[in-house]
Design a protein around this ligand. Sequence first.
Ligand SMILES: [Zn+2]
Length: 595
Amino acid sequence: MADRSSTSAGKKKPVSRSRRKPAGPALHYQVSMPDPASHTFKVEITLTGAADHCTLAFPAWTPGSYKLREFGKNVSSFKATGAKFEMLDKQRYRLSGIKGGNASVSFDYYADELSVRTPHLDDSHGFFLGTNVLPYLEDINAMPAKGDYTVSIKPFKGWKVATSLPTVKGKPNTWHTDDYDVLGDTPFEVGTHEVLSFSVRGIKHDVAFYGYGNYDKKRIVEDTRKIVEVQARNFGGLPYDYYLFIHHMTPDSGGGLEHLNSCVCGWPSWNFKKEEDYQKFIRLVSHEFFHVWNVKRIRPAILGPFDYSSEQHTKALWIMEGMTQYYERLWVARAGVCDADTVLKAYAETIDREDNRPGRKVMSLEDSSWLAWTKLYMADENFLNTGVSYYSRGAQVGLLLDAKIRNATDGKRSLDDVMRYAAKRYGWPKPGFPEGAWEELVEEVAGQKFTRFWNDHVKGTKELNYDEVLECYGLEMSRDKEGFEPWLGFTTSSKGGHLQVGAVHAEGPARKAGLQPRDEILALDGHKVHAKTFEDRVSELKPGSDCTLTLFRREKLVEGCLRVGRQPAGKLVLRPRKKQSPTQRRNYRKWLAKR
Ligand SMILES: [Zn+2]
């Protein structure tokens, strides 16, 4: 593994292109950052071959993150040369009076939101996605026009650029694509990041590290290589000629975002030392990388080509994200990056949490997917009672579906076959699948109808039953402690040093006693409690007894009298049976064993 000075240079690198004569309009973006501490990118766009009027539009959202983020809001000092301009709405600029097809615009772009999906510039680095900072040219349907999109970046002194776009031959720090969806999907990391590399199937992969922390970068790179290898083996190759991992390690970092040939993972700087924390991080890498196939290539038609102007709805996000959560765990086990017990523990934790969530009886996976923009991405304290996450619930259904396909085909086929088939049939750049088509793919692979399963668990809210999973792989599921423990039926949070009621479980004692989200908790049975002691104090209560909570509700002192409830003690554990049949042993091996 070599430490490269720039990810745009190297042995095997993104395909360089000579500049072609544009067939249609051409946009050349120039992004500079002369004063990083101002958090302001300077952007200039030169248009050639344009009509006498045209519209530049900033996306309202970015793929993979289903929330309106209104990237046009960060623009100021917009100017046009060789054209007049008017603002059509919050994010679109109409240029008119263009002569000879040539015009240019410039603007300042404020970037001070450090996350994997938003633009950021300060004295440590610059980061943005194409959708954040670079507007697209609208075609007659107000979708991104086909054209020549070229980006040049002038890094701050001493900084370099990591990005996954193909470079333009002979032009330093310049990249090109003829598809705005590719440009919009591309992250640009500009700074002094360290880059390590590895190769899989002759294809170069770079890993760029921004930030600091207690991580072992060589271990991360080696584990990532194993994850790439095992996924490549499943799909019979890699669908790109270069891949870039960008890791953001700062105290507040978190989350991940997938792209066509790259991903960005955020992780808190100091959360790498504990093995459990590291395993969660490497599962995030596994998750984002699996999106190379699931969502970036296999996707519902609405998720590419993209309409960036407003929310785009699909019932299939549970496949895109839930299946990816299901698989992120399989890949790390199959790659030998963690043992099977760790993976089984992760599935058991999801089952334990999600099967006790009141919202599972209210919201189906399809509804959770469809309403992602206003439910999961805007989840309030009542989402516990009225909603499910298409990530976790989708992963549970993935676990069931995989076993069901194996059982239906005597272990000859599995969800792996469905994924391969979906990639072949609908993988980008082919058109995405129509809503509802995934069910047909599963049935074709399994050779039987799954109508009831779909009605019960995808369109409906029927309780999940794990018997088929346990039988298929020879597993047993039980709790690691017998009996019950006290339960008050609410979560807590800490705000400004004050302990507060978080979400109130619809079927719990707190709900019956009238406790409300944001009540400040002062005392339990007349004695002061705070964040550090509250859980211990509750654990000493007796199920069936009464207790009193003293609270501030909007600064008024109130009391809540609760009849202490009970919940099963300990944790749910999923483990292989001591005696597995030969079929179960075979299924278990094919499912989870290192390969
Ligand atoms: Zn994801």
